[in-house]
Design a protein around this ligand. Structure first.
Ligand code: NAD
Ligand code: DAU
Length: 357
């Protein structure tokens, strides 16, 4: 039998970084199953598309017949589940897709994984893993002096996005508790880096600043997120997949809490050096306070001591080194940017930042 894993959502931001890292550092083959929503982009995977160890299959994780056939055919030793609707603002405008993919899709995947796993011969059944990629947002919002979220923090999701992720986490937990499915769950803080769709704070600010467009900061700009460079997250997932204790949850974070205004300031500072001829320099003059996000969580911070202690994982990138790499990546990949900022992207920006504000 060929050693292979199934990745869902591998054409998105974190999934594509994961696949590129995996192909450079592991032996097993990868099958990437992705629906290719607006957030999925096969250009992210150009570097591996000709590699015989990598294959892509377009499909929907809600579709159980499709999943069943795929699992039987591919015989993976693990499933790494990234596929999701991931943008909080979109979940506020229209939660349906979030419940469909994040809740129903995860349910379908769990059901088909359970049937597949139950029928495996003993040694393969013991070593099989279902790794569910989740978020710190399931824990709700922290006050300025609250301790960071630990694996024991009660769930308190506040947006349709985080509620749908929390529901999926609960299903994953239940499939272990009830059926013994060998699951692992990771809850990670805000990622940034190459391939992030420019609806999210960091790439949106980089691209708007270069174009001389307003930098729309929600509310007072003092909301805090704990930022982690995407490659550090991908390494953490690989570590949990190979060493994590079955049934356990691992929090992953960058020990890098920053206010949104600090993020925008850092990006503007870098662009002032790298792009002195942009339409608006200093770029900071483009900063514009706009109406706050509904139900906007004030602060997230992750206590990642469990994965650090048990699995010896630590971030390698500081925020300063990671943001430099990220800004440079966007400046050096104009074609990628042009591709993703056409059509439906423009409609989203127009609807979200103009009509409703
Ligand atoms: P993304 O939106 O960039 O990518 C999601 C991918 O899933 C896309 O390729 C999309 O086509 C695919 N997809 C969506 N619906 C699908 C369906 N029904 N069937 C198959 N594929 C489908 O998301 P991301 O930022 O890369 O996040 C990946 C995972 O990590 C998500 O589960 C998210 O909740 C989690 N996460 C993200 C962050 C972050 O900061 N981005 C932090 C922690 C956890
Ligand atoms: O914490 C992990 C989560 O991080 C992931 O689970 C989500 O998938 C991911 O999208 C991200 O959610 P956030 O809502 O924290 O990320 P976003 O980039 O949308 O926003 C970061 C902060 O910046 C947040 O406080 C809202 C603010 N913001 C965002 C945008 C898009 C602005 O002020 N202006 C903006 O235009």
């Amino acid at each position: 039998m060929e050693d292979s894993i199934l990745v869902t959502g591998g054409a998105g931001f974190i999934g594509s970084n994961f696949i590129l890292q995996w192909m450079a550092s592991e032996h097993a083959r990868i099958l990437n199953l992705d629906k290719l929503t607006y957030a999925g982009n096969l250009n992210n995977l150009r570097a591996v598309e000709a590699d015989p160890r990598y294959r892509f299959e377009q499909g929907d994780i809600v579709d159980r017949d499709f999943l069943r056939t795929l699992l039987r055919r591919e015989h993976p030793r693990a499933i790494v589940h990234f596929a999701a609707e991931s943008h909080v603002d979109r979940s506020i405008h229209g939660p349906d897709d979030f419940v469909r993919t994040n809740v129903n899709g995860t349910f379908s995947l769990l059901e088909e994984a359970r049937a597949y796993w139950s029928a495996l011969p003993e040694p393969e059944r013991v070593s099989f893993r279902f790794l569910h990629v989740s978020t710190d947002e399931v824990y709700g919002s922290l006050g300025p002096d609250d301790a960071a979220f630990s694996e024991n923090t009660p769930y308190a999701p506040n947006s349709p996005y985080s509620a749908s992720k929390a529901a999926s986490d609960h299903l994953v937990r239940a499939y272990h508790h009830t059926y013994g499915l060998p699951v692992l769950t990771t809850n990670c803080s805000n990622n940034y880096g190459p391939h992030q769709f420019p609806e999210k704070l960091i790439p949106l600010m980089i691209l708007n600043a270069c174009a001389g467009k307003a930098l729309p900061v929600y509310g007072d700009g003092k909301n805090v997120r704990d930022w982690l460079y995407v490659e550090d997250h991908c390494r953490a997932i690989r570590t949990v997949l190979s060493l994590g204790r079955v049934g356990e949850t691992y929090n992953i974070g960058g020990r890098s809490e920053k206010k949104n205004l600090e993020i925008v300031g850092a990006i503007c500072g870098l662009l002032d050096e790298l792009r002195p001829n942009d339409p608006a320099v200093p770029h900071r003059q483009l900063l514009t306070f706009v109406k706050d996000r509904a139900g906007h969580d004030r602060r997230y911070a992750m206590d990642a001591r469990k994965i650090e202690r048990e699995l010896n994982w630590r971030p390698l990138e500081t925020f300063e080194s990671g943001i430099q790499k990220t800004v440079r990546w966007y400046l050096e990949h104009e074609d990628w940017v042009r591709d993703v900022t056409s059509g439906s992207y423009r409609q989203w920006i127009a609807k979200h930042y103009a009509t409703e504000r």
